[in-house]
Design a protein around this ligand. Structure first.
Ligand code: ZN
Ligand code: ZN
Length: 123
């Protein structure tokens, strides 16, 4: 890229996905903007943005606890939205109504984030 004079900011960091300038320190550190990070997260995990938001919320409230098992056999107790608690495995099974019907519920997203199976910078 040719130099175009004094107006060019050499230190400007751009989003690795959409090439827009990044403003927040967190975005600059991650090298990706918040909207793109969200989109990348959705693409990487297969969970919807809403599910990931709900998952982060339940983790933030301390609603995820490791109960048994190791590795892919880890099982977590995950707080449900109505005061109930579900048994959710790192392997992708959940005892909630959606999970027992084979759907990918946000409890699975919470366990994936909590267990670190989603890269930390994407969480
Ligand atoms: Zn972007
Ligand atoms: Zn569930």
């Amino acid at each position: 890229m040719p130099l175009e004079g004094a107006t060019m900011k050499i230190t400007e960091t751009r989003c690795s996905r959409c090439d827009r300038p990044l403003r927040s320190a967190a975005s600059i550190a991650a090298g990706i903007g918040p909207i793109c990070a969200r989109a990348a997260r959705v693409a990487a995990t297969g969970f919807s943005a809403d599910q990931l938001d709900a998952a982060r919320e339940v983790i933030g409230l301390g609603g995820v606890a490791h109960t048994s098992g190791r590795g892919a056999a880890r099982v977590y107790a995950v707080a449900g939205s109505r005061g109930d608690t579900y048994s959710t495995s790192a392997a992708g099974e959940c005892s909630c109504p959606a999970g027992t019907h084979g759907r990918r519920c946000y409890h699975l997203a919470a366990v994936a984030l909590y267990a670190g199976t989603v890269p930390a910078h994407a969480a």
